[in-house]
Write a protein that binds this ligand. Structure first.
Ligand code: 45D
Length: 321
């Protein structure tokens, strides 16, 4: 039987991913735009008491520099309007430029903007803003999340801001090469996963841990797919390679345990659980995740889904289904 992405998506369907992350974002989406901005500001500053992202490198900041300079020179009211436009995904020149940024450039933009807020060059929340009770509710829900889930909520809301440029085709800024994340420690290369010896899986983790995306891509079938957390599958080697160069740099992947189910056609279904660290927060934040691999009879990766786990208990949920 031919392998299909639809059936691959359902392997290990007992993995608990209806995680509190989409639930929190759904609450956030119901807030007014000013409440959304206020929520994010409070959540970000509250989180900053325990963890703060690493400053983005100069090369990455340069991609956002002209936008940041424009905003710096604006009046407080104009600055508030820019932030409202970004949060409501309005079609404005600034909101379009932002929409063309890569995920990491969007994060770097907000990182720098928050520095400008602290220094008093940019207003954090609209002058005269009155908080609605809904904000407090979403903040309470956020406090119950672990650090890995909290930074994912922030990341996903930041990614969704700005005008959606996906229908507009590539722009010159979209084509800007993605600056590398400097690794602060040597990549983790000796991978041992309890219960898993599959070479494609071990090779994948090892390649990703040294940002060797060409080696990782070689492990996929031509029509292979990668499904990031809360996203649709990215299909085909070229698309996966582009995605990895933009969004998978500098990650530390620490798989711990897994199971392997050999099917009658010779394909294998594997579920591996473990912890991933993002270069934005390094060793201070670990995210509990699972990889669900479908390996074809020739030993190539046909499909891999990456899911944020609902809770640490899920790390041990390794029953075949
Ligand atoms: O004033 O195997 C706000 C893949 C607004 C690849 C702000 C992967 C208000 C394959 C925006 C709040 C990548 C899928 C200010 C594995 C406001 C693979 C500022 C998984 C100032 C394993 C906010 C990788 C700021 C994973 C500055 C799971 C916020 C990676 C900054 C996960 C937030 C990475 C930052 C995550 C968040 C990174 C920097 C969750 C970074 C999050």
């Amino acid at each position: 039987m031919a392998l299909t992405i639809e059936s691959a998506q359902n392997i290990f369907s007992n993995t608990q991913i209806p995680s509190p992350i989409p639930a929190t974002i759904a609450l956030f989406d119901q807030l007014s735009i000013d409440d959304q901005l206020a929520y994010l500001w409070y959540a970000y500053t509250e989180m900053g008491k325990t963890i703060t992202p690493a400053a983005p490198g100069a090369a990455r900041l340069q991609l956002a520099e002209s936008l940041l300079n424009q905003i710096k020179q604006m009046s407080p009211d104009e600055q508030t309007k820019v932030m409202r436009d970004l949060a409501s995904r309005a079609d404005t020149p600034i909101s379009r430029s932002y929409g063309f940024f890569s995920v990491n450039t969007k994060l770097a933009f907000w990182f720098e903007l928050s520095e400008l807020m602290v220094k008093g060059f940019v207003v954090p929340i609209p002058i005269g803003y009155q908080m609605s009770p809904g904000v407090q509710m979403v903040l309470e829900a956020t406090k119950k999340l672990d650090a890995g889930q909290q930074i994912t909520v922030l990341r996903n809301t930041v990614v969704d801001m700005g005008f959606d440029t996906s229908e507009l085709g590539p722009s010159s800024s979209k084509a800007a090469p993605e600056p590398a994340f400097a690794r602060t420690s040597a990549p983790i290369t000796s991978i041992k996963i309890d219960g898993v010896t599959e070479p494609a899986v071990l090779g994948y983790i090892q390649a990703m841990n040294s940002d060797n995306f060409d080696a990782a891509i070689d492990l996929f079938t031509d029509d292979g797919a990668l499904q990031p957390p809360f996203q649709k599958p990215i299909v085909g080697r070229e698309a996966i390679a582009k995605y990895m160069r933009e969004e998978a740099q500098g990650l530390n992947m620490m798989p711990k345990q897994g199971i392997c189910d050999v099917q009658s056609d010779g394909s294998k279904q594997l579920k591996v659980t473990g912890v991933v660290q993002t270069p934005w927060f390094g060793v201070t934040v670990g995210m509990n995740i699972s990889w669900r691999f479908l390996i074809n009879p020739q030993g190539k990766i046909f499909f891999v889904a990456i899911d944020m786990l609902a809770s640490p208990q899920e790390l041990m949920n390794l029953r075949p289904v």
